[in-house]
Design a protein around this ligand. Structure first.
Ligand SMILES: [Zn+2]
Length: 396
């Protein structure tokens, strides 16, 4: 079946705004993007943008589907059965799609339960987002992520841990380069894995053609990950000039996850004290790092860390508002959330509006280039389309 999306602005996800154009969707794909007049004879169903904007469905490169955004999400999961965790992960995936997120990348799950949700959504048993999942985050003894990660020490064991994730069915490898905010007793500033451990882990992931992502907050840990060939630095809180230059020269992505810190402070009274203290300690450095990286021309891909305290699945689009608040232009924030995020996920047919791309689309009221709230505040969303089918809202 064909549907013509018409009567609005088109943002192609690669940085172009098209006026007076229409988009023809045929089945699950985009068939054609052309000036509106060229579709004059089209008699099939039309989706009227009503003067609003059509953009590619958003891609969140950093979520945790198994966590629900409680004050202490790790503790909350301990009380649940495997079945309950799986069902909540599915609910979170569906909520993400309804919030305009047509692809998510899970950066650390629980006992591979999220793989079942990924497989069910990707196979089309549920109308959910496209899902990529890391499996267990790989971390050192005493390091960040210990409660649910795969603990591995020394080069040989890190290699084995990577192989285990691949064996279990992971799409990417997640390695913990530094301490973090959510684990008690560790410092975000400190490097955790050594340069050697990072390098062998990343090389092993790449040997299986898996992108590698690193939770990396402190300067030394960021450099260990970047020099080891990491594909994306997640969070990137304490970046200095050297981090920025080395990342740009290697094409390393930054996935800032501003929503993680912003929401911890919003729900402060229900979050453990050590989390609040560390968040306050790092927030300003995070803003400086992101601004410096952006102004130097670095590649940014959108990610939220949804599932962390008060950082709710389905509200992921808020990250675009935060990126603009931190200095990105609205167009660059949209590119970060569409084609850049698709490229980081090795999904070149996602995150753009052009002939042959997947028909994952978000229609919004208003012009996000004039006010990013048209995208970041989901009450302005008009409809969500997944693989050519209406997934939320209506064409009316
Ligand atoms: Zn995370």
């Amino acid at each position: 079946m064909q549907t013509l999306f018409t009567n609005g602005q088109i943002l192609d996800g690669e940085g172009k705004a098209l006026a007076h154009h229409a988009v023809l969707v045929d089945g699950p794909n985009i068939a054609r993007v052309a000036p509106q007049g060229e579709f004059d004879g089209f008699s099939g169903p039309k989706a009227d943008l009503a003067g609003g904007t059509l953009l590619p469905g958003l891609i969140d490169c950093h979520v945790h589907l198994c966590y629900a955004g409680e004050g202490n999400p790790g503790r909350a999961v301990e009380d649940l059965t495997a079945g309950e965790i799986t069902i909540r992960a599915l609910r979170h995936a569906l909520a993400s799609l309804r919030g305009g997120i047509t692809t998510v990348r899970d950066c650390g799950g629980v006992d591979y339960l999220e793989f079942a949700v990924r497989d069910a959504c990707n196979a089309g048993y549920f109308t959910g987002p496209t899902i990529r999942a890391a499996g267990l985050m790989i971390c050192m003894t005493g390091g960040h992520g210990n409660r649910f990660g795969r603990i591995a020490d020394g080069e040989q064991e890190v290699v084995k841990a990577v192989r285990e994730q691949v064996h279990a069915g992971s799409d990417l490898i997640k390695l913990m380069a530094t301490g973090g905010v959510m684990t008690p007793g560790v410092n975000p500033e400190d490097a955790h894995y050594s340069a050697e451990e990072m390098a062998v882990g990343i090389a092993e992931g790449h040997r299986f053609h898996k992108p590698c992502a690193s939770h990396a907050q402190g300067t030394e840990g960021i450099l260990n990950a970047v020099r080891g060939g990491i594909d994306s630095i997640e969070h990137g809180i304490f970046m200095n000039e050297q981090c920025v230059q080395e990342m740009i020269s290697r094409g390393t992505y930054l996935v800032p996850t501003i929503a993680a810190l912003a929401n911890i402070l919003r729900g402060a009274d229900k979050v453990p004290e050590y989390v609040i203290e560390k968040t306050r300690r790092v927030a300003e450095a995070h803003r400086r790092s992101l601004t410096m990286f952006y102004e130097a021309g670095g590649r940014i891909a959108m990610g939220t860390d949804a599932g962390t305290p008060f950082n709710m699945h389905g509200e992921n689009a808020q990250e675009l508002g935060l990126m603009v608040e931190y200095g990105l232009s609205p167009m660059d924030a949209i590119v970060a959330a569409t084609s850049n995020a698709a490229d980081l996920n090795q999904l070149s047919e996602h995150g753009r509006i052009k002939a042959g791309a997947k028909a994952d689309l978000l229609g919004v009221n208003g012009d996000p280039l004039a006010d990013i709230a048209a995208v970041s505040d989901k009450s302005n969303h008009h409809f969500v389309v997944k693989s050519g089918a209406l997934a939320a809202g209506s064409y009316a």
